[in-house]
Design a protein around this ligand. Sequence first.
Ligand code: FES
Length: 143
Amino acid sequence: MALYSEVVMDHFMHPRNVGVIEDASGVGTVGNAKCGDIMKIYLKIENDVIVDVKFETFGCGSAIASSSMATEMIKGKPISEAMLLTNQAVAEALDGLPAHKLHCSVLAEEAIKSALKDYYDKNGIAYDKSLFPDCEHCAHCGE
Ligand code: FES
């Protein structure tokens, strides 16, 4: 069996939503301290809906495929749905990732959450801090 699914290879070779949103509503940058990979997510939010999303990922193929898939999964969705996106859901949508690459999909979940948190902070919107447990421990947030 191939190490990577066809879906992973497709999103790695042809990543969706690559780029920058200049007037983004929220931006989130997270890094994995062990591998050094960095993922940056830009969100454009209107009326609580993610109307556009772009990413820049400096990382492995799985991280790029995870970013691509994750952005596709939250585009056009309300914030409430994007908040529920888990790394497991991203990995499943990719038809699985090798066990030692699962952490790459975690970066996608964390980057989206970090961008949403940035949106809340910038707009003075109150939020439940317990929904962002990783942010408190993530040295890369707000870079
Ligand atoms: Fe670092 Fe994949 S090896 S994110």
